[in-house]
Design a protein around this ligand. Structure first.
Ligand code: SF4
Length: 225
């Protein structure tokens, strides 16, 4: 595997753990609000190779006990499960962030991960806005994770235009029965689409209302706003 970057320490990316974060290049989607678009649209060298990444992580072991693999989209890389296995063999707790569009690679990865965060970006009917041709793979991924082989969360970043109040019940139907679900505020920044840079996030009252709608579909609701 090769990586577009390594963040040496994060206190927020892995629940209850101090983690390093590895970023994989490329992605199958084109979300207009993507913050990591530079490594998505046209990933450029220098890349970090697998051996160097593992060496750096080994040296950081005194400070971090976990590794988050994020992107881009990690599961577009067929060699991902093998790499995750190496991380586990080195004694790290492993979290995988995914958009859910490659259930095969995800299933092959499950023996080597402790936690999966799956983005459920909007209602299934709107995924065309993110560049997806369909959502069958995503639905399959949700079923795989709901089976509960590893701890997981589904999460939705509430991006105005992409996630409107009427989408929330449809998202609820799609994630129905999920163990952990997080609703998170959108923070405008350096996004792929210019328009989203200045998009005004929803006020807390709207997010509270959305949270109430979705609460009845999931077991544990976490709000991040
Ligand atoms: S799935 Fe994630 S990395 Fe890919 S375009 Fe969307 S936000 Fe960016």
């Amino acid at each position: 595997m090769k990586f577009s970057g390594l963040q040496k320490t994060s206190l927020i990316d892995f629940p209850n753990k101090v983690a390093a974060v590895l970023f994989t290049p490329g992605c199958n989607l084109r979300c207009p609000y993507c913050y990591n678009w530079r490594i998505v649209v046209d990933p450029k060298p220098p890349f970090l190779n697998e051996e160097t990444a593992l060496q750096i992580l080994e040296e950081r072991k005194r400070y971090v006990d976990a590794v988050v693999v994020t992107g881009g989209e990690p599961t577009i890389h067929k060699e991902l499960p093998k790499f995750l296995k190496r991380l586990k063999e080195k004694g790290f707790a492993v979290k995988l962030d995914t958009n859910g569009f490659n259930p095969k690679v995800l299933e092959e990865s499950l023996p080597y991960v402790d936690y999966v965060a799956l983005d459920v970006k909007t209602s299934l009917g709107k995924y065309g806005l993110l560049g997806a041709a369909g959502t069958a793979e995503l639905t399959h991924t949700m079923e795989v994770l709901k089976a509960g082989k590893v701890e997981y969360e589904f999460r939705t970043t509430v991006v105005p235009k992409l996630v409107e109040e009427e989408d929330i019940a449809q998202i609820g139907e799609a994630v129905k029965g999920a163990e952990n679900y997080a609703l998170q505020q959108f923070i405008p920044g350096d996004t792929l689409n210019e328009e989203y840079k200045s998009l005004k996030p929803y006020p807390p009252e709207t997010l509270e209302k959305m949270a109430e709608t979705i609460r009845k579909y999931v077991n544990n609701l976490v709000t991040r706003f």
